[in-house]
Design a protein around this ligand. Structure first.
Ligand code: MRU
Length: 367
């Protein structure tokens, strides 16, 4: 992704070849700041405090966390301890466990002396593969957008609604939900994106709007409750969202509020697509509502809002009546029956077990 004319991934090795650079996502949209991670503890902090977030990027960051841990101690206990500490950071996105399992499976059987070098090469590979996967998702999703564009009046835009940030900032590059949008835009298909602001952390308003702007994609930020109204008035041609964990039966867990968009889309006959890499499919689960752990975050995120004041200073203010209780479930589950299709690196699948297993037989055998 180009940021101010320079090409960036969201995570990369520093010039010294061992420290890890990330972009501090808690500073958006006010500042573009790079953080240098040198230790496992800093990596745990970065994921927990959401300096990095989004399922695929959480997985990639955790892989580098193992690399940094191996610089201090390559013993079995250090490896297992680092993996456990990283796994505890966020409960819902399965890419975290997926990446850590890959690292453990590769590192545990080998000589501890070789572990650090192998860890770096595997973490680099996870990042490179994330990019290739997202490009494939982009090509598959762009076909859907192109088909809808053909049904519209010449020159009018395909209107896509998205929720949260399943964009460049949630992955190593391209994004999942945004990859088809970027590819359509780049190939001259006119697109316009309705960006849900995504309370309480405002990933839509702060992150998705920022990156669509960097890429020059026309977009409009809306409050989370506007989507249903826009769908009723035929202002939305399709919905594309990402996911933090999707079961082998096609139930989709994503940022809180996604389910309500899927319900509205069903009622209005608007196609509802989920873009995801296979690393986000949890092949061990069948029932999303019962089995996916939903992160409950601090109520402070609901009580307070941060923004730039008229004088330019960044301020946090309270917006909830004093003394009121707040709740903050961060994700919800959209049942497979509400999902039109899963846009994956191996094509657009139906949201059901047979379609998923047929596309990814290798992942079922070795989750
Ligand atoms: O809490 P977050 O910001 O990590 O939640 C991110 C999302 O819900 C994304 O939509 C999801 O991870 C898909 S990212 C490609």
């Amino acid at each position: 992704m180009l940021v101010n004319g320079e090409k960036y991934r969201t995570i990369w090795l520093a010039e010294d070849g061992w420290a890890v650079h990330i972009i501090d996502q808690t500073r958006f949209p006010y500042a573009f700041e790079i953080i240098r991670l040198e230790t496992l503890q800093q990596t745990v902090h970065a994921i927990r405090e959401m300096q990095v977030r989004g399922a695929p990027l959480i997985g990639a960051t955790a892989a580098y966390g193992i690399c940094l841990a191996m610089r201090d101690d390559t013993s079995d206990s250090a490896l297992m301890g680092a993996s456990a500490a990283l796994l505890e950071t966020r409960p819902t996105a399965v890419n975290l466990k997926w990446a850590l399992d890959l690292m453990l499976k590769a590192l545990l059987p080998i000589d501890p002396e070789q572990r650090m070098a192998r860890a770096y090469s595997l973490a680099n590979q996870i990042c490179d593969e994330d990019i290739a996967t997202n490009m494939a998702i982009g090509l598959n999703g762009a076909e859907i957008i192109a088909n809808i564009a053909r049904t519209k009046k010449p020159g009018s835009s395909v209107n896509i609604l998205t929720h949260c940030n399943a964009g460049w900032l949630a992955t190593v590059d391209w994004g999942t939900a945004t990859a088809p949008i970027y590819m359509s835009h780049d190939s001259g298909v006119p697109v316009h994106v309705w960006v849900d602001e995504t309370r309480p952390r405002n990933q839509g308003a702060f992150l998705t709007a920022w990156e669509l702007g960097q890429h020059g994609v026309p977009h409009t930020v809306i409050v989370d409750n506007a989507g249903g109204h826009l769908m009723q008035h035929e202002e939305v041609d399709l919905v594309i969202v990402g996911t933090d964990r999707t079961t082998s039966s096609g139930d989709v867990c994503n940022k809180i509020g996604t389910y309500l968009k899927a319900l509205a889309a069903k009622d209005c006959g608007v196609p509802f697509y989920v873009a995801l890499p296979s690393s986000t499919i949890d092949f061990t689960l069948q029932d999303g509502l019962k089995e996916i752990p939903i992160e409950e975050r601090s109520g402070d995120e609901v009580k307070r809002i941060t923004g730039r004041s008229k004088t330019g200073s960044i301020e946090t203010i309270e917006i909830v009546a004093q003394g009121s209780h707040v709740a903050n479930p961060a994700f919800d589950v959209t049942p497979a029956r509400l999902v039109t299709g899963l846009i994956t690196e191996r094509g657009v699948l139906e949201a059901n077990r047979q379609s998923i297993i047929t596309a990814f037989p290798d992942r079922v055998a070795a989750p």
